[in-house]
Design a protein around this ligand. Structure first.
Ligand SMILES: CC(C)(COP(=O)(O)OP(=O)(O)OC[C@H]1O[C@@H](n2cnc3c(N)ncnc32)[C@H](O)[C@@H]1OP(=O)(O)O)[C@@H](O)C(=O)NCCC(=O)NCCS
Length: 155
């Protein structure tokens, strides 16, 4: 079983370690260009994006232990169609359906708040994320930035 909870300051270091993993970095449009992520840039991202962004930890319950396995980012909350970004930080858990479940929970979160639309943008090379979003009935709307697919979905 997985569920979402609000992030807190104690999550920042764990998320930095996830975002430092080369396989995870490959999934994002903005990458570190083959250099290690630095604390200052991570901290800037973590703190500056707090106001209009919702960050939720993905928690897996396994053998009676609740542990953080991923992050959902929803932005901007002021937009009629907030963007969902998603990471399963424990790479060894990929391919088990947790990414799909986490995005489904994020869609439920948005629906509960009354949103009717959502979007996301994914590098064309990120076949895993694109397969996941296709399964969740996202429609390709066009190109966002160069080499990046823009997907929309009604909630
Ligand atoms: C994208 C991500 C969240 C997927 O997590 P996950 O737990 O592996 O997701 P799921 O297991 O639910 O689904 C993965 C889908 O990709 C498919 N897939 C797996 N490997 C693949 C590959 N090499 N090429 C294409 N599709 C692939 C799986 O078959 C599955 O689709 P299916 O349900 O139709 O079979 C995870 O890989 C991740 O955190 N990546 C780094 C961050 C990122 O890229 N985030 C997205 C941009 S915001």
């Amino acid at each position: 079983m997985i569920y979402l909870r609000e992030t807190n300051g104690g999550d920042e270091v764990l998320v930095m370690s996830w975002h430092s993993h080369p396989l995870i970095q490959q999934g994002f449009y903005s990458q570190c260009n083959n250099r290690p992520l630095e604390w200052e840039e991570h901290h800037r991202w973590w703190t500056l994006t707090t106001k209009d962004w919702k960050k939720l930890m993905v928690i897996l319950v396994e053998n009676d232990i609740d542990r953080s396995i991923g992050l959902i980012r929803i932005s901007s909350l002021e937009d009629f169609s907030p963007q969902i970004a998603f990471t399963i930080g424990e790479v060894s858990l990929w391919g088990k359906g947790y990414g799909t479940k986490a995005v489904e929970l994020a869609l439920e979160w948005l629906k509960d708040k009354g949103y009717k639309h959502t979007h996301t943008s994914i590098p064309k090379s990120n076949k895993r994320a694109l397969a996941l979003l296709k399964d969740l009935c996202y429609n390709i709307y066009g190109e966002a930035r160069k080499g990046e697919v823009w997907l929309q979905r009604t909630i």
